[in-house]
Design a protein around this ligand. Structure first.
Ligand SMILES: NC(=O)c1ccc[n+]([C@@H]2O[C@H](COP(=O)([O-])OP(=O)(O)OC[C@H]3O[C@@H](n4cnc5c(N)ncnc54)[C@H](OP(=O)(O)O)[C@@H]3O)[C@@H](O)[C@H]2O)c1
Length: 173
């Protein structure tokens, strides 16, 4: 099962330039707890921003989607590559899912799509997403990157209520 995970505000805002529009440590902790021990798939831009701090999200198998997987894989070999956590570069989300199932069966039970915007849109357009875990951040913020509208086929159920955000699990028939 592929779970899309994201945080958005009341306008569906998810990003400000390359960064998040807010600083919410408790939301990052929810994200960490939820994805730990699983496989995460992210776009090259989101990975590159994140990799300024560390080459991969630790405790999770990292797949990065790019048009140039071979070039990025070579570059990162020197910077820091872990045989399990990666990052493993692929040119499609589908290949990330196939390789995760084949190569990392002990992690693949929890398979997450981390964004950013291009990767979310791609996966939703191709009907690859089975479930969405959306942190609905309270209020409106400054930024320029938006999540696409959530279609009527998705049914939401609040699974966590917080001071600054609520987590809604969306599933569909
Ligand atoms: N609020 C949240 O939960 C959340 C989560 C994640 C990200 N974000 C935000 O999202 C923003 C970044 O999103 P983004 O859309 O700019 O970047 P992105 O989706 O992270 O990555 C875009 C890159 O993915 C690769 N890609 C896209 N389509 C592809 C395809 N069809 N085939 C192969 N590779 C493909 C390309 O890499 P190459 O150019 O290398 O080919 C492209 O440049 C930031 O503002 C970030 O803060 C928010």
């Amino acid at each position: 099962m592929l779970t899309l995970i994201t945080a958005m505000d009341e306008d569906r805002l998810i990003g400000r330039g390359k960064e998040l529009p807010w600083r919410l440590p408790e939301e990052l902790e929810h994200f960490r707890r939820t994805t730990l021990g699983g496989v995460v798939i992210l776009g090259r831009a989101t990975w590159e921003f994140m990799a300024q701090k560390r080459p991969f999200l630790d405790g999770r198998v990292n797949f990065v989607v790019t048009h140039k997987p071979a070039a990025w894989q070579t570059d990162v070999a020197e910077a820091g590559f872990d045989p399990t956590f990666g990052p493993h570069f692929v040119d499609t989300i589908e290949l990330a899912v196939t390789r995760a199932r084949r190569e990392f069966p002990e992690y693949v039970e929890h398979l997450f799509l981390l964004g950013g915007r291009q990767i979310y849109e791609l996966a939703l357009r191709r009907n690859l997403v089975d479930r969405m875990l959306i942190s609905h951040v309270k209020g409106k913020h400054i930024g320029d990157v938006y999540f696409p509208p959530i279609g009527p086929e998705w049914t939401g159920r609040v699974i966590l209520k917080g001071k600054t955000f609520d987590v809604v699990e969306y599933t569909r028939e």
